[in-house]
Write a protein that binds this ligand. Sequence first.
Ligand code: MN3
Length: 205
Amino acid sequence: MTENHYTLPELPYDFNALEPVISAEIMKLHYTKHHQGYVTNLNAALDKYHDAEAKRDPAAMIALQSAIRFNGGGHINHSLFWTILAPPQKDPQEPKGALAEKIQRDFGSFDVFKEKFSAATLGIQGSGWGWLGLNKGLGRLEIAVCANQDPLSIQGLAPIFGIDVWEHAYYLQYKNVRADYVKACWQILHWKAIEERFAGVSGIA
Ligand code: MN3
């Protein structure tokens, strides 16, 4: 069944590319240990799931669901995360075009959005992710938080960008000060890539 196995996506930059905001040490561990772990464990859980399915063993299939949710979510979230980050810019960057207009319409201004997103993300108890997502039904952007590795899609939102606030994402550098990490992350958001995600998800360019 190896032909169906997930693999670690290529990191679009070097481990040190996001310094000084995220150290090369954190990036290397995050990508080669944590993300790789989700991929390895997802593949193992899916192999067992396929066996259980072939044996028509629903109890075994149900028992595997939490591993698939956790590791599958971890793979989905990190695969997206690497693509929405870019080397820090000297000047503060903001989204442009259709995404900028939509943020202004749905939150009042970019600054208000930034404040609300940061507050929600900082407020996550334990491990999780802060997200900007598109509610396609209502046609509006929403800020949401997910526990553990739950993907945003289970809340009915299409992910535009997210910030990983698991301690593995910042502790080696920021210790317990999640607020400093989240604040610094605004310097490494790859707005062009995020604008493209928004255009792809919303159909608005
Ligand atoms: Mn992580």
